[in-house]
Design a protein around this ligand. Structure first.
Ligand code: ATP
Ligand code: MG
Length: 432
C-alpha cells in the first residue's frame, strides 16, 4: 500500500464523504448524524480526509458547540481500515479543532461499533449513557409556510390538560388520534384514518379546546381558518378560501380548524345567499382533503342542524361528534383551577360541583372570579372602615358560601332549550 496522506477537506471531496457515509450506514458503524448534517459540517465546520492514490479513503468531521466539540462523522473505508489511518485522522481533526478552546471532544457511536479505534486515541468510553432524539414536528423548510398560513405548534400536554370529559376524550382518542398517529396499526385492522371531522355542541363547551388538544396530542401544527377573515374585499370569499387551503396543503402535517363553520356552510337557500359560493368551495376542499394523508380538518359549530345537507352527507365528514357540557370530573377540575390554593382546603368542592351542573367551563370561571372579586372588595371595605388591620387573606375570607352566592348570580350560557336541542341533535345528526 502506498503512502497515505492526511489533509483538509475540500469541496471536491464531498462525493467521497457521502460514499463513506453510505458505506458506514450499511455496516455496524451506522452513523448517528444524518447525511445532511455531515455534509453541512464538512462545508461549514471542520473536516479532514485521508487520501491514498488520489482517492479519499477516510474522513473525520467535527463541529464545536461552545467548549464541547462533537465528531459528527468518522468513517474509514472498509478496504483500507487500519488503526494507523484512524489514529492519524483523529489527531488531525483534534489539531484543527483545538484552537477553538474545546474542553472535550465527544463522539457518539452505535452499539456494536468499533471502540478500539477511538480508545487507542485517548477517547474514554462513558458507560450507562443513552442517546435520545426527538424529530421536530415542523422541519425548517416548513417554518415560513407555517407562519404564512398563521399556523403554530401548540404546547405539549394540552390533551392531558383537558380535564374530565372521559367519554369524549376516549372517542377522540380511538377515532382520531390513534389511527392518525399510528397509520400502520390502523391499516392492519382495516381502519382508514379520518380526514375530516365535525364537532358540535352548545357554546363554550370546549370544541376549540378539543381541536387544539388533538393537534397537541398528534404533535402536528395547528392552523385555524377564520370564516370572518375570508372577505378581504379584493377577491371573492370562495377564491380566498381556495388559496388559503392551497397554501395549507403544502404542509406535511397539520390540523386545520374552522370554528363557527355554519357561517360559511349554512343551508343553501333560494334565492342564494352571498355565502353560497364559499359553501360550494368548502365542499370541494373537504373532498380534496379526503385524498391527502397527514392532514386533519376539524370543523366546529354551535348549530349543526343549520348546516347544508350536502355538507353533512356521508363521505364528507368521517365523524360528527357531540361535545357537551362538562361532567362532574371536568367541573371539579375547572373549579380547582380558579379557587386559590390557600383557600382550597376549606372549600366544599362536592357542593360546588353539584351546584354547577349545567354550566359551561366559562360560566364556572365567571362564578369563581366573581366570588374572588366580591371577597376582595369586602376585605378592602373592612380595611377602610378601620376595623381591619390589613386586607390579609385569611382562608375564611373566601369560603364555599361565597362561591355559592356567586353561583346564584351566574346565568347558564346553555339554556334548557338549547340543551334539549343538543340532545336531539345527538340522536339525529351525530355520527360516532
Ligand atoms: N374539559 C375542560 N377542562 C377544563 N377547561 C375547559 C374544558 N373544556 C373547556 N374548558 C375551558 O372553557 C373555555 C371555553 O372552551 P372553548 O373555547 O373550547 O369552547 P367552545 O366550545 O369552542 O366555545 P364556542 O362555541 O364559544 O366556540 C376555555 O377557557 C377552556 O379552557
Ligand atoms: Mg370555539
Amino acid at each position: 500500500m502506498g503512502r497515505i496522506s492526511i489533509r483538509e477537506f475540500y469541496d471536491d471531496d464531498l462525493d467521497a464523504v457521502v460514499k463513506l457515509w453510505w458505506e458506514a450506514r450499511a455496516s455496524a458503524e451506522r452513523p448517528v448524524y444524518s447525511l445532511a448534517e455531515v455534509t453541512a459540517s464538512c462545508r461549514e465546520d471542520h473536516a479532514v480526509v485521508a487520501v491514498h492514490d488520489g482517492e479519499v479513503i477516510a474522513a473525520a468531521v467535527g463541529r464545536a458547540a461552545h467548549a464541547q466539540g462533537w465528531i459528527v462523522f468518522f468513517g474509514v473505508s472498509e478496504r483500507t481500515r487500519t488503526e494507523d489511518v484512524a489514529g492519524q485522522l483523529l489527531d488531525a481533526l483534534e489539531r484543527k479543532m483545538a484552537p477553538l478552546g474545546l474542553s472535550t471532544l465527544s463522539v457518539l457511536i452505535p452499539e456494536g461499533g468499533r471502540l478500539d479505534l477511538l480508545t487507542s486515541n485517548g477517547f474514554q468510553s462513558r458507560d450507562a449513557l443513552r442517546y435520545l432524539e426527538r424529530q421536530m414536528p415542523v422541519q425548517r423548510r416548513e417554518l415560513d409556510l407555517l407562519k404564512d398560513v398563521g399556523g403554530r405548534i401548540l404546547p405539549r400536554h394540552l390533551w392531558e390538560n383537558v380535564s374530565g370529559m372521559r367519554r369524549e376524550k376516549q372517542l377522540l382518542e380511538e377515532r382520531l388520534v390513534a389511527p392518525l398517529a399510528e397509520p400502520d396499526l390502523a391499516d392492519r385492522y382495516g381502519v382508514v384514518p379520518p380526514r375530516a371531522v365535525m364537532l358540535f355542541g352548545p357554546p363554550g363547551t370546549g370544541k376549540t379546546t378539543f381541536a387544539k388538544a388533538v393537534a397537541s396530542r398528534l404533535d402536528w401544527p395547528f392552523v385555524e381558518v377564520f370564516p370572518s377573515r375570508l372577505g378581504d374585499g379584493k377577491s371573492s370569499m370562495a377564491a380566498t378560501l381556495r388559496s388559503v387551503f392551497e397554501r395549507i396543503g403544502e404542509l406535511e402535517h397539520g390540523v386545520v380548524f374552522i370554528d363557527e363553520v355554519e357561517e360559511i356552510a349554512s343551508q343553501r337557500s333560494d334565492p342564494p345567499t352571498p355565502t353560497q359560493g364559499v359553501t360550494n368551495e368548502l365542499l370541494k376542499i373537504v373532498a380534496d382533503f379526503r385524498d391527502r394523508e397527514g392532514m386533519l380538518l376539524i370543523c366546529a359549530t354551535n348549530f349543526v342542524r343549520g348546516l347544508d345537507a350536502a355538507f353533512m352527507r356521508h363521505g364528507r365528514f368521517d365523524y360528527v361528534l357531540p361535545i357537551g357540557l362538562p361532567d362532574a370530573e371536568a367541573r371539579e377540575a375547572i373549579w380547582r383551577r380558579y379557587v386559590p390554593s390557600e383557600v382550597a382546603v376549606a372549600v366544599d368542592f362536592t357542593e360546588l360541583v353539584g351546584r354547577s351542573a349545567g354550566l359551561t367551563p366559562a360560566d364556572i370561571e365567571y362564578a369563581a372570579r366573581r366570588a374572588s372579586q366580591d371577597a376582595l372588595a369586602r376585605a378592602l371595605r373592612a380595611q377602610q372602615a378601620g376595623e381591619g388591620r390589613r386586607a390579609s387573606a385569611q382562608p375564611t375570607d373566601l369560603s364555599t358560601a361565597d362561591y355559592l352566592e356567586a353561583l346564584s348570580h351566574t346565568r347558564a350560557t346553555v339554556s334548557d332549550e338549547q340543551q334539549s336541542s343538543f340532545l336531539d341533535d345527538i340522536e339525529t345528526l351525530a355520527r360516532l
